[in-house]
Each structure stands twice: as C-alpha cells, then as structure tokens.
Design a protein around this ligand. Structure first.
Ligand code: SAM
Ligand code: SF4
Length: 334
C-alpha cells in the first residue's frame, strides 16, 4: 500500500502506541479486575496469530512505534511466542521501535528467555502484595511464589521489569511503601495505579477505592520523592527517589485526567478497536482482518480515530452500581 499517513485523531493527537489483548483468559482472578465466575469468549472467536500479525503490521505502516501485548494473561495463550517472534522481526524497521508485554508473571519462568530472544526489552509485571494470604484473597489463587519466580526469571533473562501495583483499600494500602522498597531494592521502578470502574465485579468498587492523590502526597513526604524529569505520553506522573536512584509512578485516572496527550488505542483479542480506555465506543475490525483486506482496515482505522473521544468519564462514588465501562480491563489489556 502507498500513501499511508501517520494515524491521527480529530484532536490532532498522533497515535503511536497500540495495546493488543491476545486473550481474555487468565490464571488469576484479581478482585478489582474480574469476577470469580467470568464468562470467557469461545476460543473460536479469538483472532489467530496470523490475523493479529496482519493487524499489527497495518498499524506499524501507519506510524505505530510501540506495541504492548497484554490480556487477560498473555502468557497463558498457547504458542504465544509465535506472535512475539512474528512481531519481533519488525523491530527497527519502518519506525517500529518497541515490543513490550504486560503480565502477571506466573508463566514467566517458561517464557522469559524466549521473550528476550524476540527483542522484548521491557516488561510490566503486576504485583499488588508480597503477602501470601493477601495475594490469595486478592487474586483468589495461591500463586505469589509463581509471580515472584517469574519476576526473577524475567530479570535473569535481561528484561527490564517495571512493577505495576493497584492501590486497594482493605488489601494492600498499608503495604505500598514496603512494595516500593522491595521493587527498588531489586532494581525495578514501580507504578501505583488507582482502581478504575471497569466491568462488573463481585465486590463494591467503592470499598476497594483508594484516591491516589492523598496517598501520593503521603509517599512523597515519607520517601522524600521529588518530581522527575522523566515523562512519557502515558498516564503516569513520575517521581525520583534519591535514596534508591529509582522511580515511582502514579497513574490516577480518577483524580488526574491524563487524556490530553493520549497517544494510544487498544484492540481486543476479537479484533475490536477501543480508542478510549474509559469509554465503551468501539469499532469491529474483524471482517477486514479476517479477509486480510488492508484497504478496508486502514479506512476503518481512520474512521475509528475520527471518533476517538476527547477523554474518559471515570468516577467512583458511594452507592454507584454501574461501572463506567461494561467491559472489564482484561478485555483491552489495561
Ligand atoms: N494479566 C496481566 C497483568 O495483570 O499484568 C495483563 C492484563 S491486566 C488487565 C493489565 C493491568 O490492568 C494490570 O496491571 C492490572 O493490575 C490492571 N487492572 C486490571 N483491572 C483494573 C482496574 N479495574 N483498575 C485499575 N487497574 C486494573
Ligand atoms: Fe488476570 Fe491481570 Fe486481570 Fe489479574 S489483572 S485477573 S492477572 S488479567
């Protein structure tokens, strides 16, 4: 195809970052992410790796420089390295710079070396607690040791690991300083994330919700954090910690709107594009993907971006029963 222009939305935001969910399934059931009895998609509805590769190549041709593979848990999908290898071959060509992954790390011991071989340099690993009982209560699985082994394996394979921690009342709020110490002590940056009201879960989100700004203020004081010059187009605000030489990020969509610089879109494992994490607006790319029709696909990408909203409408209030989005975070991968 010729004359493909870089992807841009109607507010002039350049789209350079694709987040692709490769499965909605997971081996954990984090309380804030999923209900215990999740209804997963029939596998027949999930795009094949060949189709996902076709989709990603179309994005790369439109100037996407970073692709993050997520889920559900991406490493539970069978033969995931086939996709990673296929994508890895594009790194360094046509402006495609980075292939990244978000994972709960339980399967990382099996895959870390292969990921590094595919050209992955950085992985985000979700870890909300270092306490085995809290991990079991929070993820409904007794798998803390697996996640910790996965983090070690990733580091041993040379992958740069960033820890993502969702701050949760009644689970890990008091443990956050210890988690920061733990991550920094092992050479990892860490981002603290505010819960977002996405999808129906078994608990009341208000009971889990920790407003991030007051927590951020306390941690700035307690850990002598200073504003960092490190900036990304992403939603995090970063702070440096001189004592460890590492960073703490805060991702607070509810208390701090990060939409003005948004450079990303998300595609589900069935080929639906969501141009805003906090809205339900989507477009079905599947027919174009399934027929490998790049002309139609590129037209749809332009149309989807024309409709990209200015921002999200997240809000968590007492007694509020309806989430901001009907879908769970695991549909679009964070
Ligand atoms: N399974 C992988 C993992 O946990 O890293 C990748 C998918 S998970 C949906 C991606 C990220 O979204 C994780 O860091 C997780 O903690 C976060 N997440 C899931 N549901 C969330 C919610 N309702 N609010 C805020 N973060 C959420
Ligand atoms: Fe699975 Fe990640 Fe959701 Fe936890 S946050 S249930 S690990 S997809």
């Amino acid at each position: 195809m010729t004359d493909l222009t870089p992807l841009q939305d109607s507010f002039g935001r350049r789209i350079s970052y694709l987040r692709l969910s490769v499965t909605d399934r997971c081996d954990l059931r984090c309380q804030y992410c999923m209900s215990e009895k999740m209804q997963f998609l029939p596998k027949s509805e999930v795009l094949s790796y060949e189709e996902m590769l076709f989709l990603c190549e179309a994005f790369i041709r439109r100037g996407v420089s970073k692709i993050r593979i997520s889920g559900g848990e991406p490493l539970v999908r069978k033969d995931i390295m086939k996709l990673m290898q296929g994508l890895g071959r594009h790194i360094g060509a046509g402006g495609f710079e980075e292939l990244a992954l978000t994972s709960n790390a339980t399967q990382m011991p099996t895959h870390a070396a292969a990921l590094a071989d595919c050209g992955v340099k950085r992985v985000n690993i979700s870890l909300d607690t270092l306490n085995r009982d809290t991990f079991l209560r929070l993820t409904r699985r007794d798998a803390l040791h697996q996640t910790l082994a996965g983090i070690e394996a990733a580091q041993a394979a040379g992958l740069q690991v960033k820890i993502n921690t969702v701050a949760l009342k009644n689970y890990n709020e008091a443990e956050i300083p210890a988690l920061i110490d733990w991550a920094h002590g092992r050479g990892m940056d860490i981002s603290i994330i505010e819960t977002m009201p996405m999808g129906f879960i078994d608990e009341d989100r208000f009971d889990q919700y920790v407003p991030l700004l007051p927590l951020q203020e306390r941690l700035i004081e307690q850990l002598s954090l200073t504003a960092s010059s490190h900036k990304t187009a992403g939603p995090a605000t970063y702070f440096d910690r001189a004592a460890t030489g590492r960073r703490v990020g805060f991702i607070a969509p509810l208390t701090h709107n990060f939409c003005a610089n948004c450079n990303r879109v998300r595609v589900t494992c069935t080929g639906e594009i969501y141009t805003c994490l906090g809205q339900d607006g989507k477009m079905d790319l599947r027919p174009a993907i399934k027929s490998f029709d790049e002309t139609q696909l590129q037209q749809q990408l332009d149309a989807a971006l024309l409709a990209k909203p200015k921002g999200h409408d997240f809000d968590i209030s007492e007694g509020q029963e309806t989430p901001a989005t009907a879908r769970h975070m695991s549909v679009t991968g964070g």
